[in-house]
Ligand binder design. Sequence first.
Ligand SMILES: Cc1cc2nc3c(=O)[nH]c(=O)nc-3n(C[C@H](O)[C@H](O)[C@H](O)COP(=O)(O)O)c2cc1C
Length: 341
Amino acid sequence: MAPSETFSNLLRAAAPVLALAPMQDVTTLQFMRVLHRYGGPDVYWTEYFRVHGDSRPEKWILDSITKNPTGRPVVAQLIGNDIPALVRNAKLLQQFPVAAIDLNLGCPAPIVYRKCAGGGLLREPEKIDAILGALRAAVTIPFTVKTRLGFASPAEFAALLKIFAKHPIDLLTVHARTVAQMYRPGVRYDLIAHAAKEMHCPVLLNGNVFSAAQAQQLLAETGARGLMIGRGAIRNPWLFAQIRAQLRGETVKLPAGRDLLNYIHELWDNEITPGVRESAQVQRMKKFTNFIGEGIGAQFLHDIRRVSVTADFWRVCEQFLAHDEPLALAPINSPNPAGQP
Ligand SMILES: Cc1cc2nc3c(=O)[nH]c(=O)nc-3n(C[C@H](O)[C@H](O)[C@H](O)COP(=O)(O)O)c2cc1C
């Protein structure tokens, strides 16, 4: 079955859809391979393909589509504001085995939003309207949008929703923060419930999902069609399997310290390119341990951020994780571990 068909079936099925959020420099082919071994999401997203005048899809991102090792669908995400270039790249990408084409309307990086792409486009609703019209007309497979609530204020969301609802998009993912808010607290799940009511298409909830019980509660509270999870899945690769168990009414198994240690070893084995400088390899791993560490504790984060050689990297990991105690892997600085924003 074509990935786009599998994806459409997922959206129509009864079970909540579990998606891995797109994350630049993280959601690589290698990371997908590791995550899949832990149960994985129902659908993966690529990090964004940067689209401008004469751009072509980046080879290393394309690899996660053409060499997809998971057997599950992969959605290709685009970022940009040049309509002919977006249309050209969308048409190019849909010749590959992609599940859908997704438009990024949320990236909060100043270098992106100052060019009025990603989250920056939320300041230009008319431009969004034009882009959605052009892409919807060009894309023959599912076409989806990932947005934040607005640029400066959640009050912008109502008008944005009207534009999204005007176009026959197949899915809307809402990261329930504004661009200005970056990743700060104050996730507005209530506005996801509003979107789920207003939109004709399914809505995925995104933002700070980190436990199975919280996931179940958010699905019930908001009426979202599913969950898109980013940092929670880097920290806890069991999370998708835990959510499925929770929704089936089964006991959720927590990993032990040693299980997390094995996961970090798997990341190392998959992410490290032979011949690369040791310090660069450790640096690459710190990209992951910076997120994973939020589920371990402040001292681990402090220590791991200071290592620069392989031996020290593993010494710190062993020191904190060579044990059999269960780990909830909720973020240590979560304002409220019960899952409220
Ligand atoms: C390292 C990193 C890279 C990201 N890259 C992208 C991206 O390429 N495209 C995108 O739409 N969002 C990107 N995001 C945002 C995530 O997809 C997601 O919306 C955000 O992290 C909130 O979800 P979470 O709380 O489950 O992590 C990125 C987030 C992080 C942490």
